[in-house]
Design a binder for this molecule. Structure first.
Ligand code: MRU
Length: 341
């Protein structure tokens, strides 16, 4: 994008305030657990890997302010982890920082936050390297929500294969769904792809079936907020219908994620789908679009069963069905890999 949207600066974390994109560049500073909680809860930052990194630094800064002790540290970690419930990256990253603090103190907590950030930076690039193998010169890739650089530290997850393929000289076109109600596709994906020179077409969420039926889509790549051991994918609301339409039209449907998004312990019914403020649906950019008295449903994520997923692209390689075996093989069975990344 020509600039870094997340940067450590004088002992604080400077992040791009995504609420104002694409019209304004404003920065937000994470200095403690409360400022991180606010940023995550209110979507100053969003995207599974990014909220993990921001949560990790928020807790590490908090624990560096004094020596709060184990009980207060646990309470701060718990509150931060609950800022958004669906993406597993947040509780996992915050849990790692807490563990580091309990073992090695405030310095350990900060080191852990830094190592999570560096891991995510490198993981995204490797997702790109592996995923680019699935893309051919001339492909048009449809993506949903924003799983780009802005959802990670760099490169993105779903958008990383497009970036690496372009670096390899392949001509790749993109279709971004606008992604109501928060419009991550229109505001963020279109912003970063156009900035990076991709031929990008924006469609409303209602046009997915049309573009697929007209042969305008070669592949779909989406990100993920939580993927279970059997390949069940939780991602931005609307992903499920994109996956079904892709299946009907025989278009490969790929999910890209760092292994920090993998949750090998939960079953689909255990995963909490975040329900957000009805005003996100009732208003578009501050303007009310529906009558008073109407009921609103606003789940932020949905679940896509593994049978609709053609492959899962990770930093460790590409997993193919059946996922229980292929994902376990990628993790190599190590406890560290299972619990930490
Ligand atoms: O509500 P958001 O904007 O945090 O939702 C983000 C998504 O669903 C992304 O597609 C997902 O986190 C993958 S990000 C690399």
């Amino acid at each position: 994008m020509g600039f870094r949207h997340i940067e450590l600066e004088d002992g604080r974390l400077r992040v791009l305030d995504q609420r104002y994109l694409p019209t304004r560049i404003r920065w937000y500073y994470v200095v403690d657990a409360e400022s991180a909680h606010y940023a995550i809860r209110n979507m100053v930052v969003r995207g599974a890997p990014l909220i993990g990194v921001v949560g990790a630094f928020g807790l590490a800064f908090e624990l560096s302010k004094g020596d709060p002790g184990p009980e207060a540290a646990r309470a701060a970690a718990e509150r931060l982890a609950s800022a958004r419930p669906t993406a597993v990256n947040l509780p996992r990253a915050v849990g790692r920082v807490l563990e580091a603090y309990l073992e090695r103190g405030a310095r350990g907590a900060l080191e852990e936050a830094r190592s999570i950030m560096e891991y995510e930076r490198e993981a995204a690039r490797m997702i790109g390297v592996h995923g680019a193998r699935l893309l051919e010169d001339g492909d048009t890739v449809l993506t949903h929500c924003n799983a780009g650089a802005l959802a990670t530290v760099e490169y993105g997850t779903a958008l990383a294969p497009l970036r690496v393929a372009a670096e390899e000289g392949k001509r790749i076109r993109a279709i971004a769904t606008e992604t109501r109600p928060v419009l991550q596709g229109a505001r963020l994906t279109a912003f970063e792809l156009v900035k990076d020179g991709f031929d990008t077409t924006l469609i409303s969420d209602t046009m997915v079936g049309y573009v697929m039926s007209r042969g305008l889509v070669d592949k779909v790549i989406v990100g993920a907020d939580r993927v279970l051991a059997d390949g069940y994918v939780f991602n931005k609301i609307g992903t499920y219908q994109v996956a079904i339409l892709a299946r009907v039209h025989r278009i490969p449907f790929y999910v890209a994620m760092p292994t920090s998004t993998l949750d090998v312990r939960s079953r689909p019914e255990d995963v909490v789908i975040e329900e957000r403020d009805p005003r996100e649906v009732l208003y578009v950019r501050g303007r009310r679009i529906a009558p008073r008295g109407v009921r609103v449903l606003n789940p932020a994520f949905d679940g896509t069963p593994p049978e609709y997923v053609s492959a899962i692209i990770t930093e460790r390689g590409i997993a193919e069905p059946p996922y229980r075996e292929s994902l376990a093989r990628l993790l190599g069975g190590s406890d560290r890999a299972r619990s930490a990344v």
